[in-house]
Each structure stands twice: as structure tokens, then as C-alpha cells.
Design a protein around this ligand. Sequence first.
Ligand code: ADP
Ligand code: MG
Ligand code: MG
Length: 908
Amino acid sequence: MTEVKRVYTFGNKQAEGNATMKNLLGGKGANLAEMNLIGVPVPPGFTITTDVCTEYNTLGRDKVVELLKGEVERAMSFVEETMNAKFGSKGEAFPLLMSVRSGARVSMPGMMDTVLNLGLNDDTVKLIAEKSGNEKFAFDSYRRFIHMYGSVVMGVEAENGEHDPFEVVLDKVRDAKGYQSDAEFTVEDLKGIVDSYKVVVREKAGKDFPTNPWDQLWGAVCAVFDSWNTERAILYRRMEQIPGEWGTAVNVQAMVYGNMGENSATGVAFSRDASTGENLFNGEYLINAQGEDVVAGVRTPQEITLEGSRRWAVRGGVSEDERAAKFPSLEEAMPELYAELDAVQEKLEKHYSDMQDLEFTIQDGKLWMLQTRNGKRTGAAMVRMVVEMLKEGMIDDETALLRLEPNKLDELLHPVFSADGIDAANVLSKGLPASPGAATGKIVFSADKAEEIVENDPKAKVILVRRETSPEDLKGMYAAQGILTERGGMTSHAAVVARGMGKCCVSSAAGIRVDATKLTIDGKEYKEGEWISLNGSTGEVYEGQVPTITPSLDGDFGEIMKLADKYTRMYVRTNADTPHDAKTAADFGAKGIGLCRTEHMFFEGERIIAVREMILAENEEGRKEALKKLLPMQRSDFEGILEAMDGHGVTIRLLDPPLHEFTPNDEKSQLEMAEELSIPVEEIIAKVDALHEINPMLGHRGCRLGNTYPEITEMQARAIIEAACNLRARGLDPKPEIMVPLVGTVNELKLQEEIIRRVAEEVFAEKGLKVEFLVGTMIEIPRAALTANEIAKHAEFFSFGTNDLTQMTFGYSRDDAAKFLPIYLNKGLLKNDPFQVLDQTGVGQLVEMAVEKGKATRPDIKLGICGEHGGEPSSVEFCHRAGLAYVSCSPFRVPIARLAAAQANVRK
Ligand code: ADP
Ligand code: MG
Ligand code: MG
């Protein structure tokens, strides 16, 4: 039996792992190894694999510590040698301190916070003070360590309504001494703080702070494994569909100190702009700081580049003199180190061929890299970077296509504020443009509230207003239109998470204060429920509701779409019922209509009266009378739609829903209809009752209507063919495809086809001209899929109606599924909502079977999909593999489907 390797070391330009080992070492660990291999300076350390996390969950803590002990001790000796220091030094060497960092395959908020300065106790702190000659640095590190370890590992945190007990201690000292900033703490202050912290731990955790460095280490390592299964980590995994089996790795790494004095610093940086995609190195740093100080929003971080710093000053109204004096860029403050950092970021971007998100620390004039990863980005930045990297020759067409996340294109299609709206709007404040886009909504002050409101009314628009956000707020951030925070920089939690979600966010807005029940801006108070608007691209905060408009689709976006079209096999149609929607979709690149629902036109204006007349008619005569009134209206609708999609196929579905959807159900419309038809209202009521069905979705609907009332099909076929003839007479090129819904047996389709073709011949004879048209069916009843070979004899095309097909295959009523689907998803009984993501294993089999059987009968049968799934990337990929010619989706999903279709073809 071969020994399992559980620990991988890195350091000194060597590493046992590399970038390809993300599954085993996590993203952070794999990249720490890789950076060593390409000669980037990284503090040495070791990674405990993700497999150990799985072992931990099955074998438990004691067994896993036993399994790891030997390898970890060996790895620690390697670090000690490299650093020329000793973990738990008794005086013979400089004490080695470690950071303990979690790191899954993909970066995951909700995981354990990093613990820094591990290895400190009353003895080592004195040694460090002595050997570094910097007592203040030693005790600053010690108080940070007790705070972090106390809260992260020992669970000493604010209890309901209280403040963080460690912060309370700090506040007391600050207030007593009248300090403005933490830099003013003296060594004596820090020593006192350390003593008070120990008391806090003893009181709150019920035990003493551990003094043995090895106990500290195992405590932190196990806390990382434990954090894999916290509620917030599980929630995040569910939202992002990350499997629980992946586990997290643990990175244990030698500390480097950004808090050693004025020649030390720490920062985060991006090789390109994560908001706009501009090819401009950027980021933030703080002198004499450690760890999360830069993103915590306690001190105002400074910009790394001079260009960035100048832009920052302009945005914030800071004069050039003040900027240069108080907030100089790293480029100005430490020019040589800046040059080194700039070279490293360039090297890393080239190496990974993608925008990098970097963390670094400068210890006493020496640069260390602590992390690199492909940076999160907005949809706009994603598109711009791909187009520019393609032009630079950094990536090829296929890489470019596959790097784009189809769903993120959505952000580019969504509204921005209208120029007039902006002109008229009252600017309340200006903050950092933390995540672009426009949002308008009602103020809420807690994530739970945001979630609750949107759960009750999915159309509700709320803006989450917080002092700052934390991983607990994730769900509320998802629910909100946008996020406004009082504190935090461009790399704050709110900013980073919002960009990842494509949500608009403004942070650090000037002059605002947020507490639990109100937002105060320059003295004026705003309560929950009042409207505000945010522009995440400029940082502006507006009073009230500002109107929005749809953005343009040229430029980089156009290039991406061109590229997609070059590589795609399937084309994309749209589901549209009006000429306006057809036009919108055509602008988004739709080539035809995959589903035009005729009944959606029935509610407009006076039409519903004629529709009701038809439904309430006593006999065929009466129905025909009413249908005569509907004919010209339908004809002109079809003319409009066929014209908007001239030259492209337009699939028009014959009447589908159960008739009672159109009956007058309230007293007022019943009286209106009684008057219209000159009959007593009692008769109307009786007729409405008679139309009532126990289970309407499985009742008298679809082609069952056209087969029991053939005159309806006659009228609709006539309207379609006449519309096409009229357009042809005007020199246009209409391509109608008449679709019979809800077919389960071939005879149902056959009867409908006969009617349609007979009416068409009549119209052609009357008009003295012909147009080509197709007759086909929707495959949405399982029996149709099973007998597709028979059905294909009478169908020139199949369009998979995967909404009904899913409903009938699962036996879930789509209208009632909301009662149990969320619970099923929670319990993991289903991986996805099958109405959103096509169930490839079950429903997919029916699709594949119907494709095969349909082609066997009619090799050139035209195949497409028109369910909601036609715009969902993984379902689009399935359609590609199943051999469909096109997918059809709602207008705003057309670009997403085009990209997904191209990716499917590139990936194969
Ligand atoms: P996250 O995944 O939340 O970014 P990290 O593990 O990257 O957490 O740690 C957060 C921060 O802690 C880093 O950006 C860095 O500033 C600091 N840090 C981590 N390890 C070290 C180290 N070995 N030396 C100095 N600072 C460190
Ligand atoms: Mg990090
Ligand atoms: Mg249907």
C-alpha cells in the first residue's frame, strides 16, 4: 500500500504542488506553489490537502491530527530552515509565526477567516520584541493574534446586540487616551490590551487562551475544516452549486509583517480594472498595516499607481496637493518596490493569461506575494478584457469564448439611468463606484428584511443599506437590487461580492450614517421603505426613483457576439408575442421566432369581448360569428410579427390554454357580456360554471380545442396565411410555421393538419398567390415523444415544449410546485429546479428519443426548443448535443443563448 501524501510544502522557489492541482490543494494553495515555481517571492509554508477535509468529516479530529502529525512536523522543519527561525522558539532562534488560511477549489466567502501571527505567547512575544528591536510591533502582532484566534477559532464574538468584546476593550483605551487612530497606541497600551484580551477570552470562552504554539496550530487547522460545514458556507455552496464533497485545503504559511513600521505595508491589487476591464494595474495599500486592514475600511487605503491615485482624488474632490501629501500612491511612496510589484503583476498575468487579483505585503523594504488568482469581474469587464486580450494575442478565439460566462452578459443588457432621469435627480451623496450598474428600490436595513420582502413579492425592489456587509448578508444581497454601505473601499466585502453577483454597489458614501432603523445623509433622515437610487458606475446616490433605459449593444459586446456566431452550429430564436418584442429580440440577434403564443393577443383592448363571445356562444354558428370579428385582429397581429422577423421562420402556436382563462369571472365583466350578447346574466354565469374544469392543465386545451371546435383552427390558419399572403404581395418574405400544441397521438395532429392545409389552399385560390409554410407540432406530452416516429409523418417540425414536458414527465404542476420545490432543493432531493435547468437524465431522454425517432421518419425534420430552458446555458449545451437546429428563448436571454450555443460547439 502506498502512503497517501497529505501535506505539500512550498517555499524558496520550490514546491511540491503546482497550479494544476487545485482540486487537491485548493485554489490558494495551488497558486502559492505555482508562484514559487516561476520565481515570485512567496513566504514558505505548506498546504494540507482537501482530501484531509473529507477524512476529518468521517474520521474526526483526533484521528486526523494523528494522521497528519508526522508530515506537518516535517513540513514545519522545512519552513524553519528556510526562514531561519523556530516555531515555539525558547530563545535559541527568532520565533517563527505562521498564518493559517483556508482555501477551497474556488474562492468561497463563508469559510474561516485567516488567523495571523500564530505561535505567539508571553514568551515568544518577548523574544520577538528583543530580537527585532521593535517592541511595539511585537505587541501589536500579539493583540491582533488573540483577537483573531479568539473570535475565529474560540468563537468569542459579539452576542446579540452587543459590540465585539475585543473592540470594546480597544474603544476604552482610545477614549481614555483621546486617540484618533490606532497608530497612537503605545507599547504600554498594547500590553494592557493583551492582558484585557486574555480576560475576555477566559470569560467568554470559559477557558484560557492556549499558550502552546502546537495546540494553537491544531486548533486553527481543525477550525478551517469545521468552517467547511458552517451554515453560511453551505448556503454559499448551494447558491453557487459547489458540491459539498470538494472540501477545503488548509494553508499554513510563515508570516511576513506589513506592520513592522513605516518601511512596511500591505495591499491588494488587480492587473486590470475589475469593474470596467480597462488594462490598468490598480489596487490599494496601507503603510504599517497587516492582513485585512486594507479591506476592513478602518483606515482609508491609498492607491497603488499614480494614475489611480489621481483619478481617486478627482472622484473624491481631493486637491492634488492634499493627495500627494496625505495619500501618496505606492508608486510615489516606494518607487522601487512599486516597480518590483508592477513587474510581478505583469509576469503573473502573462503566466496565467488572465487578469490577476493579488495580495502582497512589504516587510521592511522587501516585497512578498501572498496570493494570486484569476480576478472576479463584472460582466462589462469580462467582455472588454476578453476582446482586448484577444487583440493582444494573449488568448485565442476558443479560450476567449470559453472564458465568458453567458449569464454575466445579462448585466450588459440591463438598464442604466436615463440621461433625463439623471439630470432631474437629486444627488444625495457620492461614494465609491464599487460595482457598476443602476439600481432603484426601497430602503431596507437588514439582509433578512431584504430577503423577506423579495420572497413575498419577487417583483419588489429593495436597496440594502448597511454600515458594511459580511458573509451573513449574502442572501439579502442576492435579493436586493443594489447595496449601499457607509464604510469600505473598492475591495471591501460588499464591493467584491457585489461585483461577483453583478449587483450595483456604492460604498463609503460621503456624509452618510447607517444604523439599524435609519439612513442619515447630511442630517436628513431616510426610513425603511423610502426610495433611493444608486449608480454603481459613478458612486452617486440619488433621492427617489430614477428612471432607467436599456444600454447599447455595439462595441466590445458586438465583437463577442460576432465571435460567437463564427463558432456556433445552432442558431437562436426568440419567444415573442408582439412586434415590439420581436424587434427587441432581433436587435439582440434573434434569427426568427420559436414561439408566438396567439392567445397573448386576446386580452388587448376590445378583443377580449370578441373572444368571450366565441367562448360563450351557444353553437357553431355563434362561434363562427365571433371568430369573424377576431379574424382581422389576428391577421394584423401576424402581419406585424412576420414583418418584424421578415426572412426568418416564425413559429405560431394555435390556441393552447384552457378556455376558462378567458371567461368573465367577476360580476362586472359578466354584466358587460350579458349586455353585449343581450342575454340574462344568469346564462353567462351558468356558462362560466360549465366551463370550469377540475384539472384544467390536463383538460380541454391545446389541440383538443381545435379538434372539438375546428372553426377556431380554421380562423387562426386563415389569419396566418392571409397575413403571409399580404406581406408577400408587398414584396416581403414571410416564413410562417404553424404549430399544433399538446399533441399526444398522431391522429390529433393529422386532423389539424388537414384543416390547416385545406384553409391555406382556399386562401391561395382567393388571393391568387402562394407562400411557403410549414405545419408541425410541439413535443410536450411524453406520449408524443414516445411515438415521435408516427407523429413525424404529419409534422414538418418538432418544437420541444420543455415546460409542459417537464411538468408531465415529473408529474409536477408548475403552478403548485413552489410549495415543495424549494424544500426539495434544500434537502438535496433535486439538484436544480427542473423548470429552470433542463433535467437531462429524465426529460432529456425523451428529447433525445423524439429527435431520433423523428429523424428516422423524416430525415430533414426541423428541430428546436421553445421552453424556458432555451436560454439556460447548460440546457443550451444539451440541445446542441441532442442535435437541435435552434433554441428559442425570451428576448433578453438571446445573447446568453448565442454565447452558450457557441461554447457548446467549441467544447465538444
Ligand atoms: P482570504 O481568502 O479571505 O483572502 P487570506 O488567507 O488570503 O484570506 O488572508 C487574508 C490576508 O491575511 C491576506 O491578504 C494577507 O494580508 C494576510 N496574510 C495571510 N497570510 C499571511 C502571511 N503569511 N503573512 C502576512 N500576511 C498574511
Ligand atoms: Mg486572500
Ligand atoms: Mg405547453
